[in-house]
Design a protein around this ligand. Structure first.
Ligand SMILES: Cc1cc2nc3c(=O)[nH]c(=O)nc-3n(C[C@H](O)[C@H](O)[C@H](O)COP(=O)(O)O)c2cc1C
Length: 379
């Protein structure tokens, strides 16, 4: 790792992305050139408990691996002889104009990386004009939402009164949508956390120095059967939509039957997600679930997607399969862990730069030109 580059990043002195700087011949830039390398830098800097909390999935991590592996059986079929001298990534998501179809996914526990990290990521999103989805309940920690478009995230509330009061609070603070995570009925069984004796209290405080020395607890008792909102049903959409004038977006839909219900029960949008392989192990990879969900919704509501996105070409495949935009979870956290706020900005810029180049090489000058024929499943 080039120390001078890391220092310049930390000081906010590097104004262009590593990719662009390299293209400009800036040989001082020998830092991470892709998201995987940002993860390597972050891994070296983070406490093992924090790294494992972020990187890890659930139980045998089948879905975590599948999310990445599945991109390998979707191939791009580019068009040629189209004018791609300029490429426009801009889009509009629920009335918000964005420079690129890349949103920051909700991630709880950012304080494991740096103190006050929800604010740091909010500032990085403001700077890069990225739509910021706060971690579940984490909007309370953000001091300044003035320059950033943001969505809240929640696992839902158990009663209509509580749901209405939550939704009104988000609307009053200027949130632009409510994302309800529907795959988080219970805290999942994460072996890495159990092995590390991870205490969920660290998500707010960070890892205390004594954390690793705590006496072992029964992992099953520590992790299992902790409810979030296990009684969440489709009525929730009525409760919230009846109370506020905000889109209600369901995050964690994989089954086409649920996508149909989401449309008929009045959801404003869907995020095809398996929580980054962190909830139920063995569920389908998101890029594989996407086509059926797109078919089931029939274009009636926007469908977004997250899971395993580390490259611009991953994003291009999701767009080709019909996603309106994607969310990235771990990628910005690796930027955060590696270099703080400038690291988050670089990761977001890097993904946009990779997408732009991929679109150009696929013969697509704007998002409207991306269609289903661009992507083919092999094997
Ligand atoms: C550390 C961490 C915390 C997360 N916290 C939340 C959360 O609070 N709410 C939620 O809906 N999803 C949460 N997720 C899932 C992400 O929103 C997203 O679905 C997932 O990270 C996408 O996969 P990716 O990390 O491969 O991009 C979390 C993911 C990570 C890695």
């Amino acid at each position: 790792m080039n120390r001078r580059y890391a220092f310049r990043c930390l000081m906010g002195m590097v104004s262009s992305s590593p990719l662009l700087a390299m293209q400009n011949g800036d040989d001082d830039v020998l830092g991470p050139v892709n998201v995987h390398e940002f993860e390597e830098v972050a891994k070296k800097k983070l406490h093992k408990l924090a790294y494992d909390f972020i990187a890890g999935g659930v139980e045998d991590e089948m879905t975590l691996e599948a999310n990445r592996a599945a991109y390998k059986h979707w191939y791009l079929v580019p068009r040629v002889m189209t004018d791609v001298s300029t490429v426009d990534l801009s889009t509009e998501v629920f009335g918000i104009k964005l420079p690129a179809p890349i949103l920051v996914a909700p991630t709880g526990g950012k304080n494991l990386v740096l103190p006050n990290a929800e604010n740091i990521v909010a500032r990085a999103c403001a700077k890069t004009k990225t739509l910021f989805c706060t971690g579940a309940g984490a909007e309370r920690a953000v001091e300044d939402f003035d320059n950033v478009h943001w969505w809240s995230n929640t696992t839902g509330q158990a009663t209509k009164t509580a749901a209405v009061s939550y939704a009104k609070r988000i609307e009053d603070r200027g949130g632009k949508a409510i994302t309800v995570t529907v795959d988080n009925q219970y805290q999942s069984n994460r072996d890495r956390n159990n092995r590390n004796r991870f205490d969920y209290g660290y998500m707010g405080t960070g890892v205390p120095k004594a954390g690793v020395n705590q006496p072992p607890r029964n992992p099953a008792r520590a992790a299992m059967w902790q409810p979030h909102t296990p009684n969440l049903t489709w009525d929730y959409i009525d409760w919230v939509r009846g109370a506020v004038n905000l889109p209600v977006i369901l995050k964690g839909v994989l089954a086409p039957e649920d996508a149909e219900l989401a449309v008929s029960r009045g959801a404003s949008g869907i995020v095809v997600s398996n929580h980054g392989g962190r909830q139920l192990d063995g569920v389908i990879a998101t890029i594989d679930a996407l086509p059926d969900v797109i078919q089931a919704t029939g274009g009636k509501i926007p469908v977004l997607m997250d899971g395993g996105i580390r490259r611009g070409t991953d994003i291009l495949k999701a767009l080709g399969l019909g996603a309106k935009a994607v969310l990235v979870g771990r990628a910005p956290l690796w930027g955060l862990g590696a270099f703080g706020q400038p690291g988050v900005e670089r990761v977001l810029e890097l993904l946009a730069a990779e997408l732009k180049l991929a679109m150009a090489l696929a013969g697509k000058a704007n998002l409207a030109q991306i269609d289903r024929k661009l992507v083919r499943r092999i094997g």
